[in-house]
Ligand binder design. Sequence first.
Ligand SMILES: [Ca+2]
Ligand SMILES: [Ca+2]
Length: 276
Amino acid sequence: MVVLVLGLIGICDAGEPAFELLRVIEVQGRQGVATDGNAYFVSGSRALYMYDKQGQLLASNETPFDGMETEANHIGDISVHDGELYAGIEHFLDGKAANIRIAVFDAKTLEYRRAIDWNPASGQVEVSAVAIDSANDAIWMTDWTNGAYVFRYSLSTGHYAGKMHLDPAPSAPQGVAIREGYLYITADDGNAETDEADGLWQVRADPDAREGKAVRIRAFAEFRRAGEVEGLDFDPTTGEMVVLNNRGERIVLGMPSGLYPGYDREIHELYVYRLR
Ligand SMILES: [Ca+2]
Ligand SMILES: [Ca+2]
C-alpha cells in the first residue's frame, strides 16, 4: 500500500495526470474548444458555437469576421477568459497565412469586439491555437506549420513578449491550453491513413524560459477513428479535459480530400476526460 501511494505521488511529481474518458459529444465546429465551466465554446473554421455541457446548442455566430479591419477566413483553437473568447484568426490563401491576430469575442453573444495583432518579427507564420494564461499575464500561440516554438503575448498590453523553443518539437500542433502551470498541446502527429493515434504533449508554461522540455504524455488511442485532433481545454469547475477530434474526412496536407469508407460526412466530437 505504501509503495502504491508513493508510486502515485511519483506520477504527480512528474506532472503527468492519468485520463479517464467520460463521454463523447458531437458538435458542429472542426477547429477548437474552450470552456469557462458553464458552457462549451466550439470554433469552426468560419463560425463560433456555444453549447451547454450536455451538447445542446445555445448560440452561434456564422459571420464571425464581420467588423474586422483586415480580411480573415480561418479560426483555430480558442480560449475563454473573463467573459471573453480569444481566437487565433488569419487569412489563409495559396498555402500561406496572412493577417494573423488574436480576435476577441463577447462570450455571451459571440460577437466580435477587438483584435490583438501579431508581430511578424516573432517568426510565427500561422496561428493554430491560443491559450490564456492569466497567472503569467500571457497569451500563448502555436503555429501549425512549425511546432518548434510557442509564442507569447502579454495579456494586459497585447504586446509580443517572446517565444519558447520546444525540445523535441511536436509536429502539427492544433490546440493549446493551460493547466496547473503547464501548457498542454494537441498535435496532429498520427497518420490517419495508417490508423495512428494523435498525441497530447506537455511543457512547463514558463515565461522566462527560452527553451522547454516537451513530453508526449499520451496517444488518443480511444478516439472512435484516428483522424485529426484539434483544440482542447480544461474545465475550471470540474477539472475535466475536453478535446475536439475530427474523423471521416481524408485530410492530405491540410486539405479535405474525400471521405473514408463508411462515412457520408466528417464528424466532429468533443471527448471529455476526468483527470487523476
Ligand atoms: Ca486546427
Ligand atoms: Ca492525425
